[in-house]
Design a protein around this ligand. Structure first.
Ligand code: SF4
Ligand code: SF4
Length: 428
């Protein structure tokens, strides 16, 4: 027995279908750092069933509980009934947002995600003034706040701003030889902070002689707002992106995304989000056939692997790979980045590459940062145990979280997206 597609938002049915077997509990990220039945998949499902039956008030305690889930989907992967705990928690967070509103800084952040020009200006100002409030750490492309704010703790690393966003740094169209045509959806973190990812992707596509369309009117995929329950913002961003992608979808072979969370949001979560808007759901499903993670598409549709293989080992650096939840569990992408990296680097697996890094979203990175820290420590320890010089993952949310966990645990390993490693190997 598994949940039918039409039942995925029926809390009562899901609650009834939970057989209380407990298989989800040992793999649950929040239960691991807060061992309480109410912060476990089984507990969340039980409480959500009670909420739908009118037996549980959505008060501050319930809000606190439902905002504790990392949305890592570990529980979904092991549940014998495929119960979608993450998706029903995303739904109830919208009810929480309607009842309690959003904190000022979340409102501001989601406003900026809707207004790219203002975000561009603020990001440039942030680059100019970041040294006033932060110590810059070039090695990790990060900065350390010089003082604590209610939402930013002093002893943590944040990604540092780039001088110019990725999308504002290149022409709209880059002709490389016409062996294919792809659009790039870059994601906000790689657009404003980890800009070397986009630069590296352009370098790879040049070697592959594939033309590039930067599709510059793209907006944020909406994942930060979706995980926080701001469904108005998700509705705005998803409709904008779907309409925009439809306008050129037939001209492109693919829209490639070097970011697991953005890719899973556009490819999979847009259709879930529009479950009650039939026309938009159909349009989201239609567009999803053109959306791919960058390593996935280049591995399966180009000669990249052969070109890398022809170079042999180009570096002595030992690499380990972390599987982002939104890549492996949601999209089944895990072999492709490994196979590409292994052509030119020494490679080792960590003891549990599948374990969630503990990023968890905006609320987890601010109000509940103590949980993110606790969930990050075991990941930092298993990376240290590999003795790898570089940990890689095709996800900038994982990068932000893992970089901070390594810093907190005093582990010297640095982080690179597989796209950066591949581009470096091609230059040798
Ligand atoms: S999504 Fe992750 S943190 Fe949330 S209940 Fe499932 S396993 Fe636990
Ligand atoms: S694994 Fe599934 S059925 Fe078993 S307790 Fe967890 S949510 Fe319920």
């Amino acid at each position: 027995m598994s949940v039918k597609k039409e039942d995925i938002f029926d809390f009562t049915k899901i609650s009834d279908d939970c057989i209380k077997c407990g298989k989800c509990i040992p793999v649950c990220t929040i239960h691991d750092v807060n061992a309480d039945e109410v912060t476990s998949p089984r507990g969340f499902i039980d409480l959500l069933g009670a909420y739908k039956r009118g037996e549980l008030e959505l008060d501050k305690t319930a809000k606190d509980i439902f905002e504790s889930c990392f949305l890592c989907t570990n529980c979904v992967e092991v549940c014998p009934n495929d119960l979608p705990t993450d998706m029903i928690i995303e739904q109830v967070r919208n009810d929480i947002r309607k009842k309690f509103g959003l904190a000022w800084y979340k409102k501001l952040f989601f406003f900026l995600l809707r207004h790219r020009k203002i975000m561009d200006t603020l990001a440039s100002l942030g680059y100019v003034f970041q040294t006033c409030g932060f110590k810059i750490r070039e090695k990790e492309e990060s900065m350390e706040p010089r003082f604590s704010l209610p939402i930013i703790k002093k002893d943590r690393l944040l990604p540092s701003a780039s001088k110019k966003s990725f999308l504002n740094s290149y022409d709209d169209v880059i002709i490389n030889g016409g062996k294919g045509k792809v659009g790039i959806f870059i994601g906000c973190l790689a657009n404003y902070t980890y800009t070397n990812i986009g630069k590296s992707l352009l370098e790879i596509l040049e070697v592959l002689e594939i033309d590039v369309y930067l599709i510059k009117k793209q907006l944020c995929c909406g994942a930060p707002a979706y995980f926080t329950g701001d469904f108005d913002t998700v509705d705005y961003l998803a409709k904008h992106n779907i309409e925009y992608f439809e306008s050129f979808k037939d001209e492109l072979d693919a829209i490639i995304i070097p970011e697991a969370t953005c890719s899973a949001m556009v490819k999979i979560d847009y259709a879930h989000f529009f479950h009650d808007q039939e026309e938009w759901k159909k349009r989201a499903v239609d567009i999803s056939s053109k959306i791919f993670m960058a390593t996935e598409w280049m591995h399966n549709n180009t000669k990249l692997k052969e070109i890398l293989a022809s170079k042999g080992q180009t570096s002595d650096a030992l690499i380990t790979y972390h599987d982002p939840c939104h890549a492996k569990k949601m999209q089944g992408i895990h072999q492709e980045p490994r196979e590409l990296i292994k052509q030119n680097y020494k490679f080792t697996e960590m003891s549990d590459s599948n374990r969630c890094c503990g990023f968890g979203g905006v609320t987890m990175q601010t109000e509940k940062f103590h949980f993110a820290l606790a969930a990050g420590r075991p990941k930092a320890a298993m990376i240290r145990d590999t003795k790898a010089e570089i940990v890689s993952a095709e996800c900038s949310a994982c990068r932000m979280q893992i970089t901070n966990s390594l810093y907190e645990s005093k582990v010297d390993t640095i982080f690179k997206n597989p796209i950066e490693l591949i581009a470096e190997a091609l230059k040798k």
